[in-house]
Design a protein. Structure first.
Length: 255
């Protein structure tokens, strides 16, 4: 993971608003017979490097997520999330210092995972809006809207207040929410340019949220948002994919 982050970080200063949180997500392709080894090495050893960096204020958060189910035979099935307070706070040399790497208590060559679980793709995101909360499962909705700016602004102005109210009231089973824009990679052949993240405490809540419920009553707040929404014009094709992930392990700064 180290070399990939270093190569891309230098490109980001031209595309990110300074002072705004950014997130690096690395998607990995792990064979079924190697998943136990992969999870053990990443959570037992490499997570300690992340913890050392977080404790020094070099990162805000590190986590490993497992995709639920199979959506593609040759696609990624695990994802790492590295969150930074801002672009200017990213210091790769400090994160991967000898002192931090030594915190894992093992020879890095003996616990590497890239040789059998290669990186399928990686993305840098700018976090546009967040309703924080603890979530064991997340539905990540990937999209390529016709108007990215309008997508972000509508999510912030219309959808975030509604989600915040529902989360605080315990409605719909949602425990957190966020919307993000892709910093890199970009282009006409990009897979997606934005994503929203719906968090849940249980897989049951996530599945209920996704399921078709013909007689469901969403309430006046939802109807008001739908009435004002221009999302049909902004993002006419809807979400390219909605993928459910389960949290495997996370590291944050101790309070």
């Amino acid at each position: 993971m180290r070399n990939i982050i270093i190569m891309v970080a230098a490109l980001l200063c031209f595309t990110v608003t300074f002072g705004q949180a950014v997130q690096y997500v690395q998607y990995r392709q792990v064979p079924l017979d190697k998943q136990a080894e992969f999870v053990e090495k990443e959570t037992k050893y490499w997570a300690k490097v992340a913890k050392a960096a977080i404790d020094k204020g070099l990162m805000e958060h590190w986590s490993l997520w497992r995709k639920i189910g199979v959506t593609s035979m040759d696609g990624p099935n695990y994802a790492f999330v590295n969150r930074f307070a801002s672009l200017e706070s990213i210091d790769q040399e400090a994160i991967w210092s000898d002192e931090n790497v030594a915190a894992m208590g093992a020879n890095p060559a003996d616990v590497e995972t890239q040789s059998f679980a290669p990186t399928f793709m990686d993305y840098w995101f700018q976090i546009e809006a967040v309703v924080p909360g603890n979530s064991k499962y997340v539905i990540v909705n990937y999209a390529m809207p016709d108007n990215r700016g309008a997508f972000i602004e509508e999510n912030k102005a219309l959808w975030m207040p509604m989600h915040k109210k529902n989360i605080e009231a315990g409605n719909l089973g949602m425990s957190s929410w966020a919307t993000m824009s892709v910093i890199y990679p970009r282009g006409n052949n990009a897979r997606f340019s934005v994503a929203t993240v719906d968090g849940f405490s249980s897989m049951k809540d996530a599945m209920n949220y996704l399921s078709y419920q013909p007689n469901a009553e969403y309430g006046a707040d939802f109807e008001a948002v739908v009435a004002q929404s221009k999302m049909g014009e902004i993002n006419p094709d809807g979400f390219n994919y909605s993928i459910l992930y389960e949290l495997v392990h996370s590291v944050d700064k101790e309070e």
